[in-house]
Design a protein around this ligand. Sequence first.
Ligand code: FES
Length: 117
Amino acid sequence: MPGKKLQWHLLAADPGLLPWQDNGVANVESKGKKICVARYRDAFYAFSATCPHAGGQFSEGWIDALGNIVCPLHRYRYALVNGRNTSGEGYYLKTYPLELRPDGLYIGLPEAGLFGW
Ligand code: FES
């Protein structure tokens, strides 16, 4: 996220305690943002809970074999690593950096501006 300062927030002291669903996705909220965390091949990824196409909820989607989150509404695919719309429709999924620290899993959110933007 070049050019933007991040503020780090603790998501969970133990990532295993996030509300994981069978699809490997957990819904969380941090600083008022609805976020999904996905677990894929022993790594964690965070991204907006809502699809940029037409509002599908990724908590009802699934992770494919290539590491994409698939939206349940129209099946557009987004790379977990960077939010790239790998099915080619030209959208971009907002992703957030995560850090696993000794005291828990942290998420980096853009620092709020003067008016909370
Ligand atoms: S709302 Fe997600 S692909 Fe259409």
